[in-house]
Design a protein around this ligand. Structure first.
Ligand SMILES: Cc1ncc(COP(=O)(O)O)c(C=O)c1O
Length: 383
C-alpha cells in the first residue's frame, strides 16, 4: 500500500479524486492466495474491478479469470488475441469460466465460438445453452448457506442441492457435458463454516452423480467470498485456507480439479482513494465535510456492496488537531450521497486531503457520472 506521503505526492501531480491502484499489492494478494491454497486455481472475478491494467497484471502473474458478461470476456481475451488459434483455445478452456448462471441468447451466441466453461442452475438455461452455445462446457451452480456473509448471493442463484443431480442428468440428456459443480458462500464471508457446509453438500452431490454414471463431473469450483481485511476482526486468510485444505484432503480425491473465483480478496487492498475537502459546515452541532468523491463514485460500494470505508486525514492535520466525530458527504446534490455519519477526523480545512484504504473492490467498478461528476481518475503504480 502506498505511504501517506506517496499518496499526497500523487494527488499533487494528478489532482483529486484519485483512485490509486498498487500493482505490487495485486501481485502480493495473488501470490498469497496461491501460496495458502496450492491445490486451487485462482480465477479472478473481473467484476470486482475490470480495469484492463488489473487484468493484465494478474494475467502476467499466471492468473485465470471468472467473467460474467461478454465485455468482461473480451477484456481478458485482449491478452491472448495474439496467440495462435489452438493455443488461444486451450488457454480459454484452462483459464476462463463464464460464471453468470443466467445468460441472454445473444451472449450465448457470442460465446459459443470460444467454447468456454459456463455455469447454469436451472432447466430453462439448459435449453438455452443447447440452442445457442452447444459447444460450451457446463458447471452446475448449487445454492449453499450464505449465513453472515456481507453480500448474500444464494437467493438469486443456485440450484437446490436436492435437485442438483437431476439437473446434471437433464443437461447430459440434452447432449451437453457437465464438467463440475460450483457454489458461492456470499461475498466478504467471515463465517468460515459456510465453506465447510458447502463442501459437504458438494461432496454428497458428486457421490450421487458418480453413482448415477456421470463420471465426467469432476471439477469443484468453490467460488468467491474470501474476505478482505477491512477490519481487525476479519480472521487471516491463512486460517481459512488451513480449514479448506483440510476439508479438501478429507472429502475429495487428490486428482480432483479445484478452482475458485476470488474477486474482492485479490483487488480490495490494491486500491486507495484520495479525495479533497470542498466544503464544510456544522449541522446540529456536528462537523460536516463535503468531499469531491461520494456514493455515486468510488464510495458506491457503501450502497451496493454494504462496506463502510473509513477516511483518514494526512499529517500534519492528523497529528496536531484532536479527532472528532463528523459526517462526510459526497459532492452531488442528493442527500443519499452520504459517505459516513460517524467518521473520526481532525478539524479539516477546505483543500485538505483525506484518503481511504482497501477500497479496490466493487467501488470504482460501480462509479457513475450522476449529477455531472465523473468517476475518480485512476492512476497505476508499481506496474
Ligand atoms: C459467480 C461469482 N463468482 C465470484 C464472485 C466474486 O466474489 P468475491 O468478490 O466475494 O470473491 C462473485 C461476486 O459476486 C460472483 O457472483
Amino acid at each position: 500500500m502506498p505511504s501517506p506521503s506517496a499518496l499526497k505526492k500523487l494527488a499533487k501531480e494528478h489532482g483529486t479524486p484519485l483512485f490509486v491502484v498498487d500493482h505490487a499489492e495485486l501481485r502480493r494478494s495473488y501470490a498469497l492466495f496461491r501460496k495458502h491454497l496450492p491445490r486451487v486455481q485462482a480465477y479472478y472475478a473481473v467484476k470486482a474491478n475490470a480495469h484492463p491494467a488489473i487484468v493484465k497484471t494478474l494475467f502476467d502473474a499466471g492468473g485465470s479469470f471468472d467473467v460474467a458478461s461478454f465485455p468482461e470476456f473480451m477484456i481478458v481475451h485482449e491478452n491472448i488475441k495474439h496467440l495462435p488459434a489452438k493455443k488461444r483455445q486451450d488457454w480459454i478452456w484452462d483459464k476462463i469460466i463464464y460464471a453468470n448462471p443466467i445468460k441472454d441468447q445473444h451472449t450465448l451466441e457470442q460465446l459459443d465460438q470460444y467454447r468456454p466453461l459456463v455455469t447454469y442452475d436451472n432447466p430453462v438455461e439448459v435449453g438455452k445453452i443447447k440452442r445457442h452455445a452447444p459447444h460450451a462446457g457446463l458447471i452446475l451452480r448449487i445454492s449453499v448457506p450464505n449465513t453472515g456473509s456481507v453480500v448474500e448471493l444464494s437467493s438469486k442463484f443456485g440450484a437446490s442441492p436436492a435437485e442438483a443431480v437431476d439437473l446434471i442428468a437433464a443437461a447430459f440428456k440434452a447432449g451437453l457435458v457437465v464438467e463440475g459443480l460450483s457454489f458461492h458462500v456470499g461475498s466478504q464471508c467471515t463465517n468460515f463454516q459456510n465453506y465447510v457446509q458447502a463442501l459437504e453438500l458438494a461432496d454428497g452431490i458428486f457421490k450421487e452423480a458418480w453413482s448415477r454414471g456421470y463420471s465426467q463431473v469432476k471439477i469443484l469450483d468453490i467460488g468467491g467470498g474470501f474476505p478482505a481485511p477491512y477490519d481487525p476482526h476479519v480472521r487471516p486468510f491463512a486460517e481459512l485456507a488451513r480449514m479448506l485444505n483440510a476439508e479438501f484432503a478429507r472429502l475429495f480425491p487428490a486428482n480432483m480439479e479445484i478452482l475458485a473465483e476470488p474477486g474482492r480478496f485479490l483487488v480490495a487492498t490494491a486500491g486507495t482513494l484520495v479525495a479533497g475537502v470542498i466544503g464544510k459546515a456544522v449541522r446540529g452541532g456536528k462537523p460536516c465535510y463535503y468531499i469531491n468523491d461520494g456514493i455515486y463514485g468510488t464510495f458506491s460500494g457503501v450502497l451496493f456492496d454494504h462496506i463502510q470505508y473509513h477516511l483518514k486525514a494526512f499529517p500534519p492535520a492528523s497529528r496536531k488537531r484532536p479527532a472528532q466525530i463528523c459526517s462526510v458527504f459526497g459532492p452531488t446534490c442528493d442527500a443519499l450521497d452520504t459517505v459516513s455519519v460517524a467518521e473520526n477526523l481532525p478539524d479539516l480545512d477546505l483543500g485538505d486531503l483525506v484518503y481511504s484504504e482497501n477500497i479496490g473492490a466493487y467501488t470504482h467498478a460501480s462509479s457513475t457520472c450522476f449529477n455531472g461528476f465523473p468517476p475518480a481518475k485512476v492512476v497505476h503504480i508499481n506496474v
